[in-house]
Design a protein around this ligand. Structure first.
Ligand SMILES: NC(=O)c1ccc[n+]([C@@H]2O[C@H](COP(=O)([O-])OP(=O)(O)OC[C@H]3O[C@@H](n4cnc5c(N)ncnc54)[C@H](OP(=O)(O)O)[C@@H]3O)[C@@H](O)[C@H]2O)c1
Length: 374
């Protein structure tokens, strides 16, 4: 069976099947497996797939994953073994998520933004996806020695211990550093334990920010566990990743603490301007993953004629122009790198400013082109 996502008939066929079987599963892209986790991430993916152009490699990944998943799903559904959706499962709290809308504009002198939780967070940091063991330790340590104060990790990156080690090796005091980690979907059903595990792996007394990595079964329960951990002083701020407007509209009435931050894919070819506007208006800080387009996609962005021209005028690299563009849009950036020179370069973006015309030109590069599917 061949599924061609460029073909409208195929897409509507898939949508049709999707509606018929009323998915209660979500796909885990990293492991290419299916977990019993609820409702709409696949639907969300289909919406994205229909509305965007994706490069061949990503297509293949999606096609393989979706096709494999369909086969397994059909079997599983025939045994009617679906788990209940998290959102149906959990009673809404007495008072819905509310907070006075905070000013989330960036302070370029301190290089920070104030989260709605009251804590200051750096606006540029190091991403550690795919950094492992000593490479991760050295990258984190190099970043902190070069002025970084924000490190982004996640349970699923399998490097929280290395991040903790890099922090200790840097010699920078813990209290000066802002650590973000994320709970993965297979941890949501026992999030309290997952939070304790993250504290232990990072070897810290508190975590500055924990995000739910994706929408998934038991995400409301997991979020409530994070709310409890905030009251216990284990976490300072909480937020979400890969939640867009629809997911958030569903989520917010069921929780108490407004997310401080949402981390989604954002780069010049996938700008998510509508989502950014919506979040900022709610006082939620936006943070970009794949700020440079993601591994395997950076060259096409760096060599983009418009970006390269702007870089030449400012005597900066394309990477620096793109990162500065993020910050001037009010989006926190966490470029990933294991190269000490790149790490240094990516922090060196506070001695110049893009003009309104530069910003306009880069804004016009939006292609709605996602480089990953979630
Ligand atoms: N929440 C989510 O679902 C999610 C998903 C993906 C990623 N993330 C987070 O977002 C972070 C950023 O994403 P990413 O690291 O995958 O992609 P990225 O930051 O867009 O790009 C990383 C790539 O850019 C290169 N690079 C970095 N700085 C450079 C420079 N100055 N000049 C030339 N090349 C440069 C890196 O290579 P070198 O190592 O050679 O510098 C690496 O290949 C991740 O590390 C992770 O923390 C979150």
């Amino acid at each position: 069976m061949i599924i061609n996502f460029n073909n409208n008939n195929s897409v509507s066929f898939i949508s049709h099947i999707q509606k018929l079987i009323n998915f209660n599963f979500r796909i885990m892209p990293e492991k290419n497996t299916i977990m019993q986790i609820s409702d709409n991430i696949l639907e969300h993916a289909f919406k994205k797939i229909k509305s965007i152009s994706i490069k061949a490699a990503v297509f293949n990944k999606i096609i393989n994953t979706v096709f494999n998943s369909f086969c397994i799903l059909s079997l599983l559904i025939s045994f009617s073994a679906c788990s209940p959706s998290s959102t149906n499962n959990v009673e809404p709290p007495a008072s819905p998520a509310k907070s006075a809308v905070s000013d989330v504009s960036f302070n370029f002198d301190t290089k920070t933004v104030k989260l709605n939780s009251g804590y200051e967070m750096p606006v540029i940091g190091l991403g550690t996806y795919s950094l492992k063991d000593d490479i991760c330790v050295n990258s984190v340590s190099a970043a902190l020695k070069n002025g970084y104060r924000l490190i982004d990790t996640a349970y699923i990156y399998h490097n929280e211990e290395s991040v903790g080690k890099g922090i200790r090796e840097s010699g920078v005091p813990r209290e000066e550093i802002f650590i973000t980690t994320k709970l993965y979907m297979n941890q949501y059903a026992d999030a309290e334990n997952a939070i304790n595990e993250a504290l232990k792996k990072l070897d810290v007394d508190y975590i500055d920010l924990i995000l739910l990595h994706h929408p998934g079964a038991h995400d409301i329960e997991a979020y409530k566990a994070m709310e409890k951990a905030v009251s216990e002083g284990k976490i300072r701020s909480i937020g979400l990743s890969n939640y867009y407007i629809d997911e958030l509209e569903d989520f917010l009435p069921q929780i108490t603490i407004m997310p401080a931050l949402i981390q989604n894919e954002i780069h010049p070819y996938y700008q998510e301007n509508e989502v950014i506007k919506y979040m900022l208006e709610k006082g939620i800080v936006m943070e970009a993953w794949y700020p440079l387009g993601g591994r395997g996609h950076t060259a096409e962005l760096f060599n983009n004629e418009t970006i390269a021209e702007i870089a030449k005028v400012h005597n900066k690299s394309s990477a620096q122009i793109i990162l500065r563009w993020h910050l001037q849009k009010g989006v926190v950036a966490i470029p990933g790198s294991s190269n000490p020179e790149h790490i240094k370069e990516n922090m060196n973006i506070f001695d110049f400013e893009l003009t309104a015309e530069d910003m306009k030109k880069i804004n016009s590069l939006d292609r709605n082109e996602k480089h990953d599917w979630y």
